[in-house]
Design a protein around this ligand. Structure first.
Ligand SMILES: Cc1cc2nc3c(=O)[nH]c(=O)nc-3n(C[C@H](O)[C@H](O)[C@H](O)COP(=O)(O)OP(=O)(O)OC[C@H]3O[C@@H](n4cnc5c(N)ncnc54)[C@H](O)[C@@H]3O)c2cc1C
Length: 293
């Protein structure tokens, strides 16, 4: 760690130049709550740290015509203090609020949580359920990547050499939408999800589900978008039969590991239990959000 250089560029262009340029072995630093832990435990020893927190574009929370755009280095606490975002995306905030302690959330970003590519990361399932789209910029220009396509395997993401996630767009939702996220942990605080489930759904004016996305964490090598689970709700009033079908789809998608924190069987079982609870909360929030019976 002693030979590591630190640079804090003020623009995305400068950050990309540093990251993709001559200085090989650079690492992007947002809050550092994963990265610095990895450095201290000698898992990585970057020659250069490129601090993203001084780039205004990565620190902004803005309401645009298409939805909310949050900079990739916005911290959890900054999101928690943004009333408009919290009101619009309570399911995403369920996940953000679970990331570590208040001190950790003061630094930790959603961008870092997603790019670190832990299958158990708490903001990732609700961001996927929300249909969030990442703007990724690199030496070859910009591209839009759905959040479900960023994590690939534990600690490995799909970003190419020199690429940085600049922001996430959470697209506008119709009235009658609601989302929720819950995780199971042996302790109530400061623990890693054994399983986490997020649901985002929309009810039309007649109370029929017109849109639903379901994402499940810690049950595979990456957070899974379970399309069949969302499809089980669409066209229904989200009553018992539909929820039973969603639970079946969630359990069928799980391919967890066995470890000291939970057996395969336990994780599959809990995924279904959480899915049922999360749908109930998302439904309640959708009904309370405006137009629906
Ligand atoms: C005590 C403690 C408790 C924790 N509890 C939880 C928890 O309950 N739930 C949970 O999900 N996590 C938890 N974490 C993990 C961590 O806080 C989160 O993953 C956090 O969101 C990471 O964000 P960061 O800004 O600190 O990322 P960093 O550590 O700065 O970066 C993480 C990784 O992402 C890369 N990266 C960061 N930003 C970008 C970008 N814009 N573009 C491309 N790559 C980027 C970095 O290079 C690095 O590889 C905990 C950590 C600690 C220390």
């Amino acid at each position: 760690m002693n030979n590591t250089q630190y640079k804090a560029p003020a623009s995305v262009e400068k950050a990309i130049e540093l990251f993709s340029g001559a200085e090989i072995g650079g690492k992007l630093l947002a809050g550092g709550t994963d990265l610095l832990v990895q450095m201290h435990s000698d898992m990585i020893a970057p020659a250069l740290l490129i601090d993203l927190k001084k780039i205004p574009q990565l620190r902004a929370i803005e309401k645009e015509a298409d939805g909310y755009r949050i900079g990739a280095a916005v911290s959890g606490v900054e999101l928690m203090n943004h009333t408009g975002f919290c009101t619009t995306w309570p399911g995403v905030m369920d996940g953000v609020k679970l990331i570590g302690s208040l001190q950790v959330k003061g630094r930790a970003s959603v961008g870092g949580n997603i790019c670190n590519a832990s299958p158990a990361a708490d903001s990732v399932p609700p961001m996927i359920a929300a249909g969030a789209l990442a703007t990724v910029v690199g030496p070859d220009g910009a591209r839009i990547v759905p959040v479900e396509d960023i994590g690939v395997a534990p600690g490995r993401n799909s970003l190419q050499q020199g690429e940085i996630v600049v922001s996430f767009l959470l697209p506008n939702q119709l009235a009658g939408s609601g989302g929720a996220y819950q995780r199971f942990t042996p302790r109530t605080e400061m623990d890693i999800a054994v399983v986490g489930v997020a649901v985002n759904l929309t009810l039309d004016k007649a109370g029929i589900c017109s849109h639903a996305r379901v994402a499940v964490g810690a049950v595979a090598e990456k957070v899974l978008l379970v399309k069949q689970a969302g499809d089980a709700l669409i066209g229904t009033r989200v009553q018992d039969d539909a929820t039973d079908n969603l639970v079946t789809a969630v359990r069928a998608a799980c391919r967890p590991i066995d470890d000291k924190r939970g057996t395969r069987e336990f994780r599959v079982q809990v995924a279904g239990v959480l899915a049922r609870r999360v749908v109930a909360t998302a439904l309640e929030r959708a009904k309370g959000s405006g137009q629906n019976p």
